[in-house]
Design a binder for this molecule. Structure first.
Ligand SMILES: NC(=O)c1ccc[n+]([C@@H]2O[C@H](COP(=O)([O-])OP(=O)(O)OC[C@H]3O[C@@H](n4cnc5c(N)ncnc54)[C@H](OP(=O)(O)O)[C@@H]3O)[C@@H](O)[C@H]2O)c1
Length: 374
């Protein structure tokens, strides 16, 4: 059904879409290639940032008159609604495209097949499903938000070879080497929000921000002014956040989540970029499902960077999709602090299901990426 040209062009559109992965959120990453009847690329582009032109617009602007009678390859169904930009389906019709090949339909309820229907109603030959699995991998967060009503959740942990995260006295800086810490900066830059637990704040007073100078090779692909700081989220059921915490004075947004109201005196000390949110509790601690539902209004992807307690809670409640584990070539011994606090399981079949999907060396450390759940 698909020709070699179809596969080559959609692969290129997918490659282009990836270029937007640090800058389009909360929009999806989308790429588009326009090819004339001789198989020559006459236009191409990718969605670069929310509010800016969609991939198709960049491509047809480049193609100009050559778009007439041509084929467009798009990694996601063209939109059919007026958002911050007009519908791309209308634009493709107006530009006179003859055929549109789509990798996957858009699960956004505002689109969900309407873009395809508009193109077909205008007499355009529409084919869908080419390299759909590859196209899905472009947008795990956006798809999770649209299909499940919650962001894609990655839990990140750094541990020794024997699975310890700190010495018994809490010293943990630094178990991993500089390359792994740089890698974490890139993970943060990919995330819409970084979630931590109040006990990590009290122990380490972390910044939880992205530091451009520590992005390593990414500095060649991304200008400093393109960098979007993730929302910093602190889970603090009982309002223990100190007014002096470092992250409260940093640029970017911070959200303090609790199960009770912060004292008015504390609230008065907060700068304008710090918001507070009260959520229901489960057994005295923040209801993590309610948190994710709240974050889904604006966040595709969430990175959990916390200690054994909160990371364990996300995993044991089946609310984490991926675990990124940096393993340092160190052995801390039996007195070291454990990786995850989990319920006391009675059978191996009750354990959270983990599937190793990638393993690579990052500097002196090992990075494992594991998929959680079935
Ligand atoms: N190796 C690593 O990758 C890594 C990364 C980060 C931190 N750490 C280390 O981890 C240590 C802190 O870990 P920790 O386990 O004590 O604390 P944590 O996981 O950072 O925070 C746990 C706290 O989060 C709050 N929380 C709110 N809602 C929760 C929920 N639904 N489930 C669970 N917790 C919830 C609870 O306090 P309230 O009940 O008061 O809300 C809980 O005590 C520090 O020493 C830090 O250096 C290591």
């Amino acid at each position: 059904m698909w020709s070699t040209i179809d596969i080559t062009m959609m692969s290129r559109a997918i490659m282009l879409a990836r270029r937007g992965r640090y800058t389009t959120r909360p929009n999806p990453n989308v790429g588009c290639v326009i090819v004339d009847a001789n198989g020559v690329i006459v236009g191409e582009g990718w969605h670069q940032r929310a509010g800016g032109p969609h991939a198709e617009v960049h491509a047809w602007r480049m193609a100009g008159d050559k778009a007439r009678g041509a084929t467009a390859y798009v990694t996601l169904e063209p939109c059919s609604h007026y958002g911050r930009t007009p519908p791309c389906a209308n634009g493709l019709i107006a530009q006179g495209l003859k055929r549109v090949v789509i990798a996957m339909t858009d699960p956004n309820p505002q689109v969900a097949g309407r873009g395809i229907a508009m193109l077909q109603a205008a007499g355009i030959d529409v084919c869908s499903g080419l390299l759909a699995d590859e196209a899905r991998k472009l947008n795990p967060g956006f798809l999770s938000r649209m299909e499940r009503g919650r962001p894609y959740v990655t839990v990140k942990l750094a541990a020794s070879l024997d699975g310890k995260t700190a010495l018994a006295n809490g010293e943990s800086k630094w178990i991993t080497g500089p390359a792994a810490r740089e890698d974490v900066q890139r993970l943060r830059a990919l995330s819409c929000a970084v979630v931590t637990g109040i006990d990590t704040v009290l122990a380490d007073d972390p910044s939880m921000n992205v530091r451009y100078q520590q992005l390593g090779y990414l500095q060649q692909q991304l200008d400093e002014d393109e960098l979007i700081q993730p929302l910093r989220v602190v889970l603090d059921s009982r309002c223990r956040m100190p007014a002096t915490a470092r992250m409260l004075s940093l640029p970017g947004q911070t959200l303090l989540v609790s199960c009770q109201a912060y004292p008015a005196e504390f609230m008065r000390t907060l700068p304008a970029n710090v918001q507070c949110l009260q959520l229901p509790d489960v057994a005295g601690r923040i209801d993590l499902s309610a948190l994710l539902q709240y974050l889904a209004t604006s966040c595709n992807s969430v990175l959990v960077e916390a200690g054994a307690t909160l990371c364990g809670a996300f995993i044991s409640n089946a609310l984490a999709d991926e675990l990124v584990l940096y393993q340092a070539p160190k052995i801390l011994g039996a007195s070291g602090r454990n990786l995850l606090q989990l319920p006391q399981y009675q059978q191996l079949s009750d354990l959270p299901s983990l599937q190793l999907i990638e393993q690579r060396k990052v500097g002196v450390d090992n990075r494992l990426t594991l998929k959680l759940g079935d």
